[in-house]
Design a binder for this molecule. Structure first.
Ligand SMILES: [Fe+2]
Ligand SMILES: [Fe+2]
Length: 168
């Protein structure tokens, strides 16, 4: 902790706070993805999630780079939103026996995670630009691109095969 909402006074404070929020979220996602990979059956889904685990490690490194560029300490703040998304993912997938339905649920959960990341990075990029930090915005843009590509890939896997098999 150490960065309370009452400490947020300027857009710069808000930017740093939100950077610490996504830093926390990325680290939680890094921990959650191996469990999702274990549960996935569809080979494309498994491979896609594995690839994204590698990318997520890169996201963490890029966020650390932005902290450095911005001259602030790399710290996390709790993010109840991502905790809730990941908790729900774990709960729902724990209740499903059918492998195909489980894959469909994993895709839905993974897309909820990607959409959370996309909204955070979208905001951070806009604020970085407003604050004159195009250097930070450019680094964050690399992360949002990979989140968006992952989201699209998950839709593709769901629509090409997993939803069909889950409905059988
Ligand atoms: Fe990420
Ligand atoms: Fe992601």
């Amino acid at each position: 902790m150490g960065f309370f909402s009452k400490d947020i006074k300027t857009l710069d404070d808000l930017f740093v706070h939100t950077l610490r929020d996504i830093y926390y979220a990325e680290k939680q996602i890094e921990k959650a993805l191996p469990k999702m990979i274990d549960k996935a059956t569809n080979p494309q889904l498994k491979a896609g999630l594995e690839k994204h685990l590698g990318q997520t490690k890169g996201h963490i490194a890029r966020v650390e780079n932005v902290f450095e560029l911005h001259g602030v300490k790399a710290k996390t703040v709790n993010c109840p939103a991502i905790d809730g998304i990941l908790e729900e993912a774990d709960e729902v997938s724990g209740d499903i026996d059918d492998k195909d339905v489980l894959d469909a649920a994993l895709i839905a959960s993974a897309q909820a995670v990607e959409h959370y990341e996309i909204t955070r990075y979208g905001t951070l990029i806009a604020w970085a630009k407003q604050l004159g930090r195009t250097d930070c915005a450019n680094v964050l843009a690399n992360n949002i691109k990979e989140e968006q590509a992952t989201d699209r890939k998950l839709t593709e896997i769901a629509e090409a095969k997993v939803n069909l098999q889950a409905a059988e």
